[in-house]
Design a protein around this ligand. Structure first.
Ligand SMILES: [Zn+2]
Length: 383
């Protein structure tokens, strides 16, 4: 049997492991695919879903069996694949028909472009009813290959997770659960322990370049883009626009303002941005803000790399990074800053005023960071 898994060379070891499990007929019935946003988790999930549901005898997916042919990406239709939808802040998924509609809407972008990092709301959550819908379906249908896809599985609070637990322990015959998350640390341990884990490493510069070229996107400044996207092809596509350079510059400014005595520049930037908003429109600014959040994350990463004596990725900013007073202050502070940044990024979509969210972040970084420093110093015995 030939299993048609198409993964980049940097993910070759993952492909080998998966093929070995498929060949020995021991593919786990619940898997969790982890890795950063846009690194290819949903793309792999879709490939696995196709392989696991195919009944071809020589190769899977074969493209010819009834299950392969039942897939209709443009309509979000695929009778053997269920997806658990997210409920965004403006959605109301109280009725089953609404959830069904939302599941279809979720499947269309996953099937047409699983690499699209902007496909899901940053703040959506998984309703317990959505989990129950899927479990009911699984109990109802005749036994044939079926796959349940749960993207952004970290958005499950205790209630939906508990509803899922029992089934994950004993997944019905011929069924497979494929969960994906970019935030493994936010997953409930009970769910984690019941899934086989597959981690997708970041792609190389060359792979991201090839990925962009395939989509007709310019690979000018590829090194920068790769660094900014953290080796994620999906993010690189998302960031390839013109706003990137502006967002990167803003991110570096924000880091420097964090370290300054006076908030004057920060507030004048904020006042200016209010004027820009009137002319540029809120959606453009939101895009810049999202890019700036990614850029900040990449710069914080570089500060950690400096601590570890590794070469930085945003080499254009190296001297400015080294000049930051909190460069070399220890990873704990940087980890804390990163956590606060993640919280901020999650608020971004809901906020009508993304700059205000950044302003709050920088002020928090500035005002609360020193206290952490002091405790670190005392723990180290005044070192
Ligand atoms: Zn097939």
């Amino acid at each position: 049997m030939e299993y048609r898994l198409d993964l980049p060379a940097s993910q070759e070891r993952v492909a080998e492991r998966l093929k070995a499990a498929l060949e020995s007929n021991s593919f786990p019935q619940a898997v969790l695919i982890t890795g950063s946003a846009g690194v290819g988790k949903r793309a792999l999930a879709m490939q696995l879903a196709r392989i696991l549901s195919c009944t071809g005898e020589k190769a899977r997916p074969c493209g010819e069996c009834p299950y392969c042919r039942a897939v209709r990406p443009e309509k979000g239709e695929s009778p053997w694949l269920w997806v658990v939808p997210l409920e965004g802040s403006s959605d109301k998924l109280e009725k089953e028909e609404d959830r069904r509609e939302q599941a279809k809407k979720t499947l269309v972008p996953i099937m047409s472009d699983p690499w699209d990092v902007g496909a899901f709301p940053e703040t959506g959550t998984i309703r317990v009813e959505s989990i129950r819908d899927v479990l009911r379906e699984l109990g109802r249908r005749d036994p044939h290959p079926r796959v349940v896809l749960i993207p952004e599985a970290d958005r499950m609070a205790a209630a939906p997770a508990n509803a899922l637990l029992k089934t994950l322990e004993e997944v019905p015959e011929n069924c497979h659960f494929v969960l994906t998350t970019a935030h493994r640390a936010d997953m409930l341990p009970t769910i984690l322990s019941r899934c086989a884990k597959i981690h997708l490493p970041e792609a190389t510069v060359g792979e991201v370049g090839a990925f962009l070229e395939k989509r007709g996107i310019s690979t000018e400044n590829l090194d920068q883009l790769w660094a900014l996207a953290g080796g994620s092809p999906g993010k690189a596509v998302f960031m390839a626009g013109e706003t990137v350079a502006e967002a990167r510059a803003l991110a570096m400014d924000l880091l420097e303002w964090t370290a300054k005595e006076s908030s004057l520049e920060l507030f004048s930037w904020w006042a200016e941005s209010a004027g820009r908003k009137k002319s540029a429109g809120a959606s453009v600014l939101r895009e810049t803000a999202r890019h700036a959040a990614s850029a900040l994350s990449s710069l914080l990463d570089d500060l950690m790399r400096l601590n570890a004596g590794l070469p930085v990725r945003n080499s254009a900013f190296e001297s400015r990074l080294r000049a930051l007073p909190f460069a070399g202050e220890g990873d704990d502070v940087l980890v804390w800053m990163h956590k606060e940044l993640l919280k901020t990024a999650r608020h971004m979509d809901n906020s009508v005023d993304p700059e205000k969210v950044f302003l709050a972040l920088v002020l928090k970084w500035r005002n609360e960071r020193p206290r952490i420093d002091l405790s670190l110093v005392s723990e180290k015995g005044g070192a």
